[in-house]
Design a protein around this ligand. Structure first.
Ligand code: AMP
Length: 401
Protein backbone atom coordinates (compact mmCIF):
# COMPACT_ATOMS: atom_id res chain seq x y z
CA UNK A 1 0.00 0.00 0.00
CA UNK A 2 1.36 3.42 -0.97
CA UNK A 3 0.67 6.69 0.76
CA UNK A 4 1.48 10.05 -0.87
CA UNK A 5 2.22 12.95 1.47
CA UNK A 6 1.64 16.45 0.11
CA UNK A 7 2.59 19.70 1.81
CA UNK A 8 1.47 22.78 -0.11
CA UNK A 9 2.79 26.19 0.88
CA UNK A 10 1.76 29.44 -0.80
CA UNK A 11 4.41 29.02 -3.51
CA UNK A 12 5.72 25.51 -2.96
CA UNK A 13 4.74 21.85 -2.96
CA UNK A 14 6.73 19.27 -1.03
CA UNK A 15 5.87 15.61 -1.49
CA UNK A 16 6.93 12.13 -0.42
CA UNK A 17 5.66 8.75 -1.52
CA UNK A 18 5.84 5.93 1.04
CA UNK A 19 5.52 2.23 0.56
CA UNK A 20 3.76 1.49 3.83
CA UNK A 21 4.99 -2.08 3.94
CA UNK A 22 8.24 -1.37 5.76
CA UNK A 23 7.35 2.38 5.84
CA UNK A 24 9.92 3.08 3.15
CA UNK A 25 10.16 6.49 1.45
CA UNK A 26 10.45 5.66 -2.24
CA UNK A 27 10.14 9.07 -3.96
CA UNK A 28 10.29 12.65 -2.75
CA UNK A 29 10.84 16.18 -3.93
CA UNK A 30 10.07 19.88 -3.79
CA UNK A 31 8.66 22.44 -6.19
CA UNK A 32 9.47 26.03 -5.31
CA UNK A 33 8.61 29.53 -6.56
CA UNK A 34 5.24 28.54 -8.03
CA UNK A 35 3.76 31.49 -9.93
CA UNK A 36 7.13 33.13 -10.62
CA UNK A 37 8.99 33.23 -13.95
CA UNK A 38 11.67 30.92 -12.63
CA UNK A 39 10.58 28.06 -10.42
CA UNK A 40 12.56 25.04 -9.29
CA UNK A 41 11.72 21.37 -9.25
CA UNK A 42 13.96 18.93 -7.40
CA UNK A 43 13.15 15.28 -6.95
CA UNK A 44 14.72 11.92 -6.27
CA UNK A 45 13.76 8.35 -5.53
CA UNK A 46 15.25 5.52 -3.50
CA UNK A 47 16.76 4.32 -6.79
CA UNK A 48 17.64 7.52 -8.64
CA UNK A 49 19.80 10.50 -7.61
CA UNK A 50 18.54 14.05 -7.11
CA UNK A 51 17.64 16.05 -10.21
CA UNK A 52 16.96 19.80 -10.07
CA UNK A 53 15.45 21.78 -12.96
CA UNK A 54 14.57 25.43 -13.33
CA UNK A 55 11.16 25.89 -14.94
CA UNK A 56 8.10 28.08 -14.80
CA UNK A 57 5.28 26.48 -12.81
CA UNK A 58 2.04 28.43 -12.92
CA UNK A 59 -0.01 26.96 -10.09
CA UNK A 60 -0.45 24.07 -7.66
CA UNK A 61 -2.40 21.97 -10.17
CA UNK A 62 0.47 22.16 -12.64
CA UNK A 63 2.91 21.32 -9.83
CA UNK A 64 0.92 18.22 -8.87
CA UNK A 65 0.68 17.25 -12.55
CA UNK A 66 4.49 17.36 -12.85
CA UNK A 67 4.89 15.29 -9.71
CA UNK A 68 2.35 12.63 -10.70
CA UNK A 69 3.80 12.35 -14.22
CA UNK A 70 7.25 11.84 -12.73
CA UNK A 71 5.98 9.20 -10.31
CA UNK A 72 4.50 7.42 -13.33
CA UNK A 73 7.60 7.80 -15.55
CA UNK A 74 8.24 4.48 -17.30
CA UNK A 75 12.00 4.53 -16.63
CA UNK A 76 12.47 6.37 -13.34
CA UNK A 77 8.97 6.37 -11.81
CA UNK A 78 7.99 4.60 -8.60
CA UNK A 79 4.50 3.51 -9.65
CA UNK A 80 2.98 2.18 -12.85
CA UNK A 81 -0.60 3.25 -12.16
CA UNK A 82 -2.07 6.03 -9.98
CA UNK A 83 -4.35 3.38 -8.46
CA UNK A 84 -1.28 2.18 -6.54
CA UNK A 85 -1.64 5.30 -4.40
CA UNK A 86 -4.13 4.23 -1.74
CA UNK A 87 -4.36 7.58 0.03
CA UNK A 88 -3.01 11.13 -0.01
CA UNK A 89 -2.10 12.70 3.34
CA UNK A 90 -2.20 16.50 3.24
CA UNK A 91 -0.35 18.54 5.81
CA UNK A 92 -2.80 21.22 6.95
CA UNK A 93 -1.38 23.90 9.22
CA UNK A 94 -4.44 24.97 11.19
CA UNK A 95 -7.45 22.93 12.21
CA UNK A 96 -8.72 25.61 14.64
CA UNK A 97 -11.08 24.13 17.19
CA UNK A 98 -12.97 22.41 14.38
CA UNK A 99 -10.56 19.46 14.00
CA UNK A 100 -8.96 17.46 16.79
CA UNK A 101 -7.87 14.55 14.61
CA UNK A 102 -7.18 13.76 10.95
CA UNK A 103 -10.25 13.58 8.69
CA UNK A 104 -11.07 12.26 5.24
CA UNK A 105 -11.68 14.96 2.66
CA UNK A 106 -15.36 15.35 1.78
CA UNK A 107 -17.74 18.29 1.39
CA UNK A 108 -18.20 18.57 5.18
CA UNK A 109 -14.53 18.51 6.09
CA UNK A 110 -13.71 20.90 3.25
CA UNK A 111 -16.28 23.32 4.61
CA UNK A 112 -14.69 22.95 8.06
CA UNK A 113 -11.30 23.66 6.54
CA UNK A 114 -12.58 26.78 4.79
CA UNK A 115 -13.87 27.97 8.18
CA UNK A 116 -10.26 27.86 9.40
CA UNK A 117 -8.99 30.22 6.66
CA UNK A 118 -9.47 33.29 8.87
CA UNK A 119 -7.17 32.08 11.62
CA UNK A 120 -4.38 30.92 9.28
CA UNK A 121 -4.67 33.18 6.24
CA UNK A 122 -1.04 32.58 5.18
CA UNK A 123 -1.18 28.79 5.19
CA UNK A 124 -4.62 27.19 5.09
CA UNK A 125 -5.77 28.58 1.70
CA UNK A 126 -2.63 27.14 0.01
CA UNK A 127 -3.08 23.83 1.83
CA UNK A 128 -6.67 23.78 0.55
CA UNK A 129 -5.55 24.61 -2.98
CA UNK A 130 -3.24 21.59 -2.77
CA UNK A 131 -6.19 19.38 -1.79
CA UNK A 132 -8.23 20.56 -4.79
CA UNK A 133 -5.25 20.13 -7.13
CA UNK A 134 -4.56 16.60 -5.87
CA UNK A 135 -8.22 15.63 -6.20
CA UNK A 136 -8.22 16.92 -9.77
CA UNK A 137 -5.03 15.06 -10.65
CA UNK A 138 -5.85 11.85 -8.78
CA UNK A 139 -9.63 11.42 -9.02
CA UNK A 140 -10.93 8.65 -6.82
CA UNK A 141 -7.89 8.57 -4.52
CA UNK A 142 -9.04 9.55 -1.01
CA UNK A 143 -7.39 12.53 0.66
CA UNK A 144 -6.88 12.87 4.42
CA UNK A 145 -6.25 16.20 6.18
CA UNK A 146 -3.57 15.91 8.87
CA UNK A 147 -3.45 19.02 11.04
CA UNK A 148 -0.42 20.60 12.72
CA UNK A 149 -2.70 21.71 15.54
CA UNK A 150 -4.65 18.46 16.15
CA UNK A 151 -2.30 16.80 18.67
CA UNK A 152 -2.62 19.87 20.91
CA UNK A 153 -6.41 19.80 21.07
CA UNK A 154 -6.32 17.85 24.35
CA UNK A 155 -5.03 20.88 26.29
CA UNK A 156 -7.28 21.85 29.20
CA UNK A 157 -9.07 25.21 28.92
CA UNK A 158 -6.94 26.84 31.63
CA UNK A 159 -3.86 26.10 29.49
CA UNK A 160 -5.23 27.21 26.15
CA UNK A 161 -7.15 30.32 27.21
CA UNK A 162 -5.59 33.79 27.17
CA UNK A 163 -6.63 36.18 29.92
CA UNK A 164 -8.16 38.61 27.41
CA UNK A 165 -11.81 39.72 27.38
CA UNK A 166 -13.78 36.46 27.01
CA UNK A 167 -15.75 37.77 24.03
CA UNK A 168 -12.63 37.49 21.83
CA UNK A 169 -12.58 33.76 22.48
CA UNK A 170 -16.32 33.44 21.88
CA UNK A 171 -16.48 35.62 18.80
CA UNK A 172 -13.10 35.07 17.17
CA UNK A 173 -11.79 31.80 18.71
CA UNK A 174 -8.71 33.56 20.09
CA UNK A 175 -6.92 30.92 22.17
CA UNK A 176 -3.72 28.88 22.17
CA UNK A 177 -3.71 26.21 19.47
CA UNK A 178 -0.05 25.17 19.17
CA UNK A 179 1.78 23.91 16.08
CA UNK A 180 4.36 21.25 15.05
CA UNK A 181 1.81 18.75 16.43
CA UNK A 182 2.73 16.02 13.93
CA UNK A 183 6.38 16.24 15.00
CA UNK A 184 5.59 16.27 18.73
CA UNK A 185 3.29 13.28 18.27
CA UNK A 186 5.86 11.32 16.25
CA UNK A 187 8.71 11.84 18.71
CA UNK A 188 6.56 11.21 21.77
CA UNK A 189 5.43 7.87 20.30
CA UNK A 190 9.04 6.97 19.42
CA UNK A 191 10.15 7.98 22.93
CA UNK A 192 7.65 5.56 24.47
CA UNK A 193 8.89 2.79 22.17
CA UNK A 194 12.53 3.52 23.02
CA UNK A 195 11.68 3.53 26.74
CA UNK A 196 9.79 0.26 26.23
CA UNK A 197 6.73 1.76 27.88
CA UNK A 198 3.23 2.61 26.79
CA UNK A 199 2.78 6.28 25.85
CA UNK A 200 -0.14 6.16 28.30
CA UNK A 201 2.15 5.71 31.31
CA UNK A 202 4.85 8.35 30.73
CA UNK A 203 5.26 12.09 31.13
CA UNK A 204 7.56 13.84 28.69
CA UNK A 205 8.65 17.22 27.40
CA UNK A 206 9.30 17.35 23.66
CA UNK A 207 11.54 20.16 22.38
CA UNK A 208 11.17 20.72 18.64
CA UNK A 209 14.02 23.17 18.00
CA UNK A 210 14.32 24.20 14.38
CA UNK A 211 13.90 27.43 12.53
CA UNK A 212 10.46 27.51 14.12
CA UNK A 213 10.47 25.94 17.57
CA UNK A 214 8.12 24.76 20.26
CA UNK A 215 8.06 22.80 23.49
CA UNK A 216 5.18 20.54 24.46
CA UNK A 217 4.22 18.89 27.74
CA UNK A 218 2.80 15.42 27.06
CA UNK A 219 1.11 13.46 29.84
CA UNK A 220 0.08 9.87 29.20
CA UNK A 221 0.15 10.43 25.45
CA UNK A 222 -1.91 13.64 25.57
CA UNK A 223 -0.75 17.24 25.25
CA UNK A 224 -1.43 19.37 28.32
CA UNK A 225 0.46 22.49 27.21
CA UNK A 226 2.54 23.83 24.35
CA UNK A 227 4.59 26.95 23.77
CA UNK A 228 3.23 28.17 20.43
CA UNK A 229 -0.13 29.89 20.57
CA UNK A 230 -2.85 31.36 18.39
CA UNK A 231 -0.06 31.80 15.85
CA UNK A 232 3.46 30.31 15.62
CA UNK A 233 4.97 33.47 17.16
CA UNK A 234 5.15 33.05 20.97
CA UNK A 235 7.18 30.75 23.18
CA UNK A 236 10.91 30.32 22.91
CA UNK A 237 13.33 32.43 20.83
CA UNK A 238 13.23 31.19 17.20
CA UNK A 239 15.22 31.71 13.98
CA UNK A 240 13.46 34.91 12.97
CA UNK A 241 10.40 34.91 15.28
CA UNK A 242 10.46 36.77 18.55
CA UNK A 243 8.98 34.21 20.92
CA UNK A 244 7.50 35.62 24.14
CA UNK A 245 7.82 39.33 24.83
CA UNK A 246 5.79 42.05 26.50
CA UNK A 247 2.88 42.80 24.10
CA UNK A 248 2.69 46.41 25.34
CA UNK A 249 5.91 46.99 23.38
CA UNK A 250 3.80 46.90 20.20
CA UNK A 251 1.69 50.04 20.81
CA UNK A 252 4.78 51.73 22.28
CA UNK A 253 6.78 51.11 19.07
CA UNK A 254 3.82 52.08 16.88
CA UNK A 255 3.92 55.49 18.53
CA UNK A 256 7.54 55.92 17.43
CA UNK A 257 7.49 54.15 14.04
CA UNK A 258 4.22 54.92 12.19
CA UNK A 259 5.10 52.31 9.50
CA UNK A 260 4.52 49.61 12.14
CA UNK A 261 0.83 50.57 12.21
CA UNK A 262 0.59 48.71 8.92
CA UNK A 263 -0.32 45.10 9.94
CA UNK A 264 1.96 43.47 7.33
CA UNK A 265 4.97 45.53 8.44
CA UNK A 266 4.32 44.67 12.08
CA UNK A 267 3.87 40.99 11.31
CA UNK A 268 7.07 41.05 9.21
CA UNK A 269 9.03 42.60 12.07
CA UNK A 270 7.80 40.01 14.58
CA UNK A 271 7.95 36.93 12.33
CA UNK A 272 10.78 37.63 9.92
CA UNK A 273 13.13 40.13 11.55
CA UNK A 274 13.21 39.05 15.19
CA UNK A 275 14.54 36.00 17.06
CA UNK A 276 18.17 35.01 16.45
CA UNK A 277 18.14 37.14 13.30
CA UNK A 278 16.99 40.24 15.14
CA UNK A 279 19.68 39.91 17.79
CA UNK A 280 22.65 38.58 15.80
CA UNK A 281 21.92 39.06 12.08
CA UNK A 282 21.65 35.33 11.38
CA UNK A 283 18.66 33.03 11.75
CA UNK A 284 20.90 29.98 11.30
CA UNK A 285 22.17 28.33 14.46
CA UNK A 286 25.31 27.06 12.70
CA UNK A 287 26.21 30.65 11.75
CA UNK A 288 25.48 31.85 15.29
CA UNK A 289 27.73 29.19 16.83
CA UNK A 290 30.54 29.91 14.39
CA UNK A 291 30.37 33.69 14.93
CA UNK A 292 30.20 33.16 18.71
CA UNK A 293 33.37 31.04 18.57
CA UNK A 294 35.10 33.97 16.86
CA UNK A 295 34.10 36.25 19.71
CA UNK A 296 30.97 37.88 18.28
CA UNK A 297 29.12 39.14 21.36
CA UNK A 298 25.66 39.43 19.78
CA UNK A 299 25.87 35.82 18.55
CA UNK A 300 26.82 34.73 22.06
CA UNK A 301 23.85 36.67 23.42
CA UNK A 302 21.44 35.17 20.86
CA UNK A 303 22.70 31.65 21.64
CA UNK A 304 22.24 32.18 25.38
CA UNK A 305 18.82 33.78 24.96
CA UNK A 306 17.53 30.83 22.94
CA UNK A 307 18.89 28.24 25.38
CA UNK A 308 17.64 30.16 28.42
CA UNK A 309 14.14 30.47 26.95
CA UNK A 310 14.05 26.68 26.39
CA UNK A 311 15.34 26.05 29.93
CA UNK A 312 12.53 28.19 31.40
CA UNK A 313 9.87 26.27 29.47
CA UNK A 314 11.36 22.97 30.65
CA UNK A 315 11.02 24.23 34.23
CA UNK A 316 7.45 25.36 33.63
CA UNK A 317 6.39 22.08 32.02
CA UNK A 318 8.23 20.02 34.63
CA UNK A 319 5.97 21.76 37.17
CA UNK A 320 2.85 21.38 35.00
CA UNK A 321 3.54 17.64 34.66
CA UNK A 322 4.68 17.19 38.28
CA UNK A 323 7.94 15.61 37.08
CA UNK A 324 8.94 13.94 33.83
CA UNK A 325 10.30 10.60 32.60
CA UNK A 326 12.00 11.98 29.50
CA UNK A 327 13.12 15.13 27.72
CA UNK A 328 13.24 14.81 23.92
CA UNK A 329 15.21 16.96 21.50
CA UNK A 330 14.22 17.04 17.83
CA UNK A 331 14.32 19.11 14.57
CA UNK A 332 17.32 20.87 12.97
CA UNK A 333 18.85 22.37 16.12
CA UNK A 334 17.57 19.78 18.59
CA UNK A 335 18.91 16.87 16.54
CA UNK A 336 22.21 18.40 15.44
CA UNK A 337 23.48 20.97 17.91
CA UNK A 338 25.35 19.46 20.85
CA UNK A 339 26.30 22.92 22.25
CA UNK A 340 22.64 23.97 22.38
CA UNK A 341 21.57 20.76 24.14
CA UNK A 342 24.44 21.10 26.61
CA UNK A 343 23.67 24.73 27.41
CA UNK A 344 19.96 23.95 27.91
CA UNK A 345 20.56 20.96 30.23
CA UNK A 346 23.37 22.62 32.22
CA UNK A 347 22.06 23.52 35.67
CA UNK A 348 18.94 21.34 35.52
CA UNK A 349 20.39 18.70 37.86
CA UNK A 350 17.93 19.82 40.55
CA UNK A 351 15.18 18.46 38.29
CA UNK A 352 16.99 15.15 37.82
CA UNK A 353 18.08 16.15 34.30
CA UNK A 354 21.77 15.29 33.78
CA UNK A 355 23.35 15.20 30.36
CA UNK A 356 26.25 12.90 29.48
CA UNK A 357 28.65 15.27 27.72
CA UNK A 358 30.39 12.53 25.71
CA UNK A 359 27.11 10.94 24.55
CA UNK A 360 25.82 14.40 23.68
CA UNK A 361 28.73 14.93 21.27
CA UNK A 362 27.97 11.74 19.37
CA UNK A 363 26.10 12.27 16.16
CA UNK A 364 23.76 9.72 14.70
CA UNK A 365 20.23 8.53 14.81
CA UNK A 366 17.89 8.06 17.75
CA UNK A 367 19.89 8.00 20.97
CA UNK A 368 19.98 8.53 24.75
CA UNK A 369 22.24 11.36 25.90
CA UNK A 370 21.50 11.36 29.65
CA UNK A 371 24.09 10.27 32.20
CA UNK A 372 23.71 6.96 34.04
CA UNK A 373 22.60 8.90 37.16
CA UNK A 374 20.04 11.08 35.45
CA UNK A 375 16.52 10.43 36.76
CA UNK A 376 15.12 11.86 33.54
CA UNK A 377 16.10 10.19 30.26
CA UNK A 378 17.33 12.73 27.75
CA UNK A 379 16.86 11.61 24.16
CA UNK A 380 17.57 12.82 20.65
CA UNK A 381 14.92 11.61 18.20
CA UNK A 382 15.02 12.79 14.59
CA UNK A 383 11.54 13.92 13.67
CA UNK A 384 9.71 12.42 10.71
CA UNK A 385 6.61 14.47 10.04
CA UNK A 386 6.18 13.03 6.54
CA UNK A 387 6.06 9.45 7.78
CA UNK A 388 3.67 10.46 10.57
CA UNK A 389 1.33 12.07 8.01
CA UNK A 390 1.56 8.95 5.81
CA UNK A 391 0.69 6.79 8.84
CA UNK A 392 -2.18 9.03 9.95
CA UNK A 393 -3.61 9.01 6.42
CA UNK A 394 -3.58 5.21 6.25
CA UNK A 395 -4.99 4.86 9.78
CA UNK A 396 -7.80 7.35 9.13
CA UNK A 397 -8.74 5.57 5.92
CA UNK A 398 -8.78 2.13 7.50
CA UNK A 399 -10.79 3.39 10.51
CA UNK A 400 -13.48 4.49 8.07
CA UNK A 401 -13.69 1.11 6.37
P1 AMP B 1 14.61 22.95 10.77
O1 AMP B 1 13.67 24.12 10.77
O2 AMP B 1 14.16 21.81 11.60
O3 AMP B 1 15.05 22.54 9.40
O4 AMP B 1 15.97 23.48 11.49
C1 AMP B 1 16.72 24.55 10.98
C2 AMP B 1 17.74 24.98 12.04
O5 AMP B 1 18.57 23.86 12.36
C3 AMP B 1 18.66 26.11 11.59
O6 AMP B 1 18.79 27.05 12.63
C4 AMP B 1 19.97 25.39 11.38
O7 AMP B 1 21.06 26.24 11.62
C5 AMP B 1 19.89 24.33 12.47
N1 AMP B 1 20.86 23.26 12.24
C6 AMP B 1 20.88 22.32 11.28
N2 AMP B 1 22.00 21.56 11.37
C7 AMP B 1 22.71 22.06 12.43
C8 AMP B 1 23.95 21.72 13.06
N3 AMP B 1 24.70 20.72 12.61
N4 AMP B 1 24.34 22.46 14.13
C9 AMP B 1 23.58 23.48 14.57
N5 AMP B 1 22.42 23.84 14.04
C10 AMP B 1 21.98 23.14 12.99
Amino acid sequence: MKSLVVNCGSSSVKYALFDMEGEKKIAWGLIECIGLKEGFYSRQTDKTPKIKDALEIKNHTQALELIINDLLDKKTGSISDVKEIAVIGHRIVHGGNVFSEPVISDENSKEGLRKCFDIAPLHNPSNYEGVLAAEKMLPGVPSVFVFDTAFHQTMPDYAYMYALPYQYYEKHHIRRYGFHGTSHKYVSQRAAEMLKKSAKEIKIITAHLGNGSSLTAVKNGKVIDTSLGFTPLPGIVMGSRSGDFDPAIIPFLMGIYPELKEPNALSDMLNKKSGLLGIADSSDMRGIIEAKSKGDKKSELAFKMLCYSVKKYIGAYFAALNGIDALIFTAGIGENSAPVREEICKGLEALGIEIDLAQNQRSGDERFISSANSKVKIMVIPTNEELMIAREAVKTLSNKK
